[in-house]
Design a protein around this ligand. Sequence first.
Ligand SMILES: [Cu+2]
Length: 447
Amino acid sequence: MKLFRKKSILPITTSEHTALEEAPQTEQNLEGQTEEAQTFSRRRFVTGLAGAAAGAGLAFSPRLVEAQASSENPGGSPTQKWPILFDPASAKPLYDPRALPQPGEKIHEYDVELTVSPHEIVPGIVTHMYTYNKTVPGPEIRVPEGAWVKVNFHNTISEYHTIHWHGMMLANEMDGVPMGTQWPVAKNQTYQYLFRAQPAGTHYYHCHNMTPLHIQAGMYGALIIESDNDPIKKIFPYTRDYTLVLCEHDTNYMEQMMSSMSASMDIMDWMGRKGDMSEMSPLMMGWFQTEADLRKAIAGGYVPPYVTANTGPAMKMDPNFYTINGKSYPSTEPLYIRENEFIRVRLIGAGADSHYLHLHGHDFWHVFQDGSPLANPIRRNTILVYPGSTSDIIIHGTNPGMWHFHDHSDKGTTNNGIFPGGMMTMLMYEDADKAGIKFDPIIAVSS
Ligand SMILES: [Cu+2]
């Protein structure tokens, strides 16, 4: 049988990474540098960005610009100014995905390190997770459309990882699929991702190796591509911009699988010390080049792990914690609004389950799906956020008070089976007292 072996396009050895470390680091860039660089450190809410639009002067899409101009109608209803006219070619990338940066072009460079770090989901629940730069979710990356993004992804642990740039139209080799477009990144290796940020909109990134464990264990983060010709801003002049990354976690599964994977990968690590994986056995990893090779291995006695999964030590996932930006209620952060204000909320379905976000006391506008504007904004009070999807909504401050915003799946609003908890936050009017509404803060952990 053949081992599936492919040279990665940009593997960087440990010694080469030393040179990379001499380049300006992300943290250094955070000191008085660009808004884009500053936002990298903010993993939760990014506020007040409405006026800090992308600075590169890049159009949202030439076709959309044209359509927007032709439908301009200042006296009409908001949706009459919505820019979308159907164009079957509009999903084409704005920029050649295989192009490379030209001399003088700015590159937004980030160092992302994978470690095992303790993470508090909610008071009393601290669990070890796989973290990008020690946070769950990983740091939010926010750049203008068309910007060059370079990420030096360094892995410090025995398990293999990659980063997939979910929604990006990039060069195939940068797509982050292990055994597909690259070798996974092993311990002490650095892989350099380089791509042009397109298309604009709400996107995210995540590990693409052993995703059932690695994603719920924390390897995901928001990737926001801003456009200075965003139709939302023209119709809904929003003044705050929130990112809510949704995920669910089975802490028992995580603990057991991280321990067992760590033990087996330590063996792999020991085998790999000779410099490469030439002696690695496919019987150990289950990597084959073709299905015919797999069949041949089975005929020779190999037992695929899925055959014995229900009788061996394998566990089935049963999430017990549901998070918004890595936290469960009551540790989730509220959405703040004022009367008559528009706020933008970017919902990202990073996990493996669907969630049904429901807002009390308001209808909101569903404006973007997977980063692209809908043909028309849709008025809703509940929105389905399914795995791998992103939805942008606009909330208008029309009803002062303190309003629940939560997953309407009942299990999604529990902590380890106890209500209330999980994927729940509040829409808080900062000026509710002006409307004569007063509420005392209260935190419930059981009711
Ligand atoms: Cu991973």
